[in-house]
Design a protein around this ligand. Structure first.
Ligand code: TXA
Ligand code: MG
Length: 351
């Protein structure tokens, strides 16, 4: 299959291109498109054959359910069942935006889309290209992140091309994703909102609307621990992984820099390629290796936005070992550390 690559200007979207992409989706094809979180790989979410192609293109396990992307609140009536007042409150507060809500599903939603679950994940993205595409297709668009299963999520169209060239019909290039981490997932199918995946919308943001909310207990454990049963099936897989072995160093900044410099020196001597994931604040403190800054600690949004790109960049430079600083564990830092820990296979050195 030849993958069409189409560049679009977010401020002046060429409608004929969106129409072409919408047509592919209506005919059961696959189109990757930008959202404000990461790029998605879209297909008609109610067409089992079409969403089946997503699993094949990504090499994704079939028990890992897909998020349905919508462009209007009316979709909630069609896709959900039972009382969804809790979810509606959050939807009204944060949609369109980087929030995915899990509702009890209606009979309209096929079990192939939900990985056999009786719940459905729904998100209204805040990106002009995503919005126009969903609207013009007139469909509910099933879209996981547009990476090959196990690789870091794509934050640019070039990342999508790296993983999906020849496997999908079209890629819409709308520039770099603003947020760079996947949406916060909140289960609103029971009484209290439960965060299944941390993201840009934080626990505090959710509590601000509903008065209470908590993290899924499965999130706090390593995947191999006995009691780890995350409610989002996707959270149990090794994810976001670069090809090199990533280690996170935790501790006071100077000690971290010293330990990373020492580890890098040793591996370089053994002939390996070594990557160092630094911040603007520490960039000049590292001496040897492929030293890259992820962003500034003064603005954790830059760190979130740079994470998946920097992991792919280390892959591009064939780093065998990657050493990273760690980040704070509150607000957006929760989401950053969640992704970084998974990428590292929970490999942490405390110094
Ligand atoms: O920001 C995002 O959410 C991006 C963009 C494209 O919208 N999408 C995304 O999709 O990250 P994906 O498939 O890579 O991650 C979806 C996660 C998976 O961990 C999946 O297991 C979980 O959502 N999920 C989907 N449906 C679910 C359900 N009914 N119950 C629990 N978890 C669910
Ligand atoms: Mg994903």
């Amino acid at each position: 299959m030849k993958t069409k690559f189409i560049q679009l200007d977010c401020n002046n979207i060429d409608n004929t291109k969106i129409t072409e992409a919408a047509e592919i989706l209506k005919q059961g094809g696959l189109v990757a498109f930008p959202t404000e979180t990461v790029y998605g790989l879209g297909a008609d979410g109610l067409n089992e054959e079409a969403s089946g192609k997503i699993y094949a293109a990504k090499g994704r396990p079939s028990d890992n359910p897909l998020i349905l992307h919508i462009s209007s609140m009316k979709a909630l009536d069609a896709l959900t069942a039972g009382d969804c007042s809790l979810g509606r409150k959050l939807a009204e507060a944060f949609w369109p935006g980087p929030l995915t809500l899990i509702f009890k599903k209606s009979s309209l939603v096929p079990l192939t889309t939900t990985g056999g679950l009786d719940t459905v994940a729904i998100r209204m993205p805040a990106h002009p290209i995503a919005y126009e595409l969903i609207r013009q297709a007139g469909l509910y668009i099933a879209a996981p992140s547009a990476n090959a299963s196990g690789r870091p999520s794509p934050t640019t169209a070039a990342h999508v091309l790296e993983d999906m060239d020849g496997r999908i019909d079209m890629i819409l290039d709308g520039g770099s994703a603003d947020i760079g981490l996947e949406s916060t997932i909140v289960d609103v199918s029971a009484e209290i909102p439960i965060i299944l995946r941390p993201g840009y919308i934080t626990l505090e943001d959710i509590i601000g609307i509903t008065g209470e909310a908590e993290y899924d207990k499965g999130l706090l454990h390593k995947p191999e621990s006995e009691d780890f049963k995350p409610k989002a099936p996707g959270m149990k897989y090794k994810h976001y992984a670069p090809r090199g072995q990533l280690t996170i160093y935790e501790g006071e900044s100077e000690a971290v820099v010293r330990a990373i410099n020492q580890a890098a020196e040793e591996k370089l001597k053994e002939g390996y390629r070594v990557g160092i994931l630094a911040t603007d604040e520490t960039l000049t403190s590292y001496q040897k290796g492929l030293i890259k800054t992820i962003g500034t600690r003064k603005d954790e949004k830059t760190i979130a936005a740079g994470l998946f790109k920097i992991l792919r960049d280390f892959d591009g430079e064939q780093a065998d070992y990657i050493y990273s600083e760690s980040f704070y564990d509150n607000h957006l830092g929760q989401a950053i550390m969640n992704r970084l820990l998974k990428a590292a296979g929970y490999h942490i050195e405390k110094v």
